[in-house]
Design a binder for this molecule. Sequence first.
Ligand code: SF4
Length: 429
Amino acid sequence: MNIADSLRLASGLEKLGATKTEDIAEADIAVLNTCVVRQSAEDRAYGWLNRVGEIKRNTRPDLTVGLMGCLVGVKGNKKVAGTFPDIDVFLPPSDPEPLLNLVEQQTEKRSETNIVGRRHSIQDGELVLPAEDCGTTFVSYVPVVYGCSHACTFCIIPFRRGIERSRPVDQIVAECKSLALQGVKEITLLGQIVDRYGYDLQDDSNLALLLEQVHDIQGLERIRFLTSHPNYLDDELLRTVADLPKICDHIEVPVQSGNNEILEKMRRGYTVEQYNKLIERIREFMPKGSISCDVIVGFPGETESQFKDTCDLLSQHKFDKVHIAKYSPRPGTVSARRMEDDIPAKVKENRRKTLDDIQASVQSDINLQLLGNKEEVLVEGYQRDKWRGRTRTNKLVFFEDDREWAGNLVDVEIKWTGPWFMEGKLVAP
Ligand code: SF4
């Protein structure tokens, strides 16, 4: 979501004539887009603010410093504003307007009449890739629903990103079309609970209908969506994914724990049994599809036996990928206020490692079955003398070839597999 928000901001700045630089010494504007889902992410943001504040005070007093995202939140953050007085502008998640307005005002003050950049032919409301990324960016992200109205007890996102707000279909389709015109081949539709898209709109919109419309866009080759909540992945949606060829048969559906008492304490709204049935249903609709999942270890009070239930669930379902997080209490959430963070850091790390080992073995087995297969790969770029891309099921594949393949869909014969990626040979196009 932050990548998508940053793109929206870059697009707005690009329309005002700004260009991208990786070097802060060259920059007139520096923005940090933040995540606070875990304390470590928040700490990294403070480190950056200290460094940039120093640069601004010592050498670059004209540097405009922006802070965006969850550290700002929908209500602002007076504490951060007080601690870091060098920040000029605060941008709530998914809202680039405060900085764009400031840049416009600053430019007017400097009486620069030609503020419209070289790409002014692009229409208002259209999402533009920074010029440097045109022709080199083939995979992009479009938010379809902002915020979340669920109240999982560990989660800070509803506090920072606000309540659920679906975007109108025509806006989303227009953005996807403009990205496709700029060379993007794969788009991932995003939402904290993406499968609730349309629930808050006053029409019949839903994710399945939206996917059908995005599917019709010329030039787009692949469509993904994430993250799904187990309670809203209905048959209509699964059938749409199975039926429409451009929609990748890959589902991201977090479980968070394999134990019902922990799920209840997390207020996830489903049981392990219901989750198991859902996985069966997904596999019925797409037997060759892939499933990823998220898990939290060390939730308050999690016993060894409750943790073992999560191990068993992972071994049972053999997910293609699992994002494992160690529980980190976030101030203001129900779990931080009412539950003691009583699992020692070492135990959390051991549990994380145990799940990681299970998953490495599961993924090794799954990928090994692909040995010798011909897989369709969308080539995203070049890395360490090899082309890098992903299969429809979101598996990372590398292959060597002297020709230019970025942005192309190619067939690769899988010659080597490991748990985290595979290598292959280009099949003559
Ligand atoms: S559904 Fe996801 S985003 Fe919403 S509160 Fe729960 S974990 Fe957070």
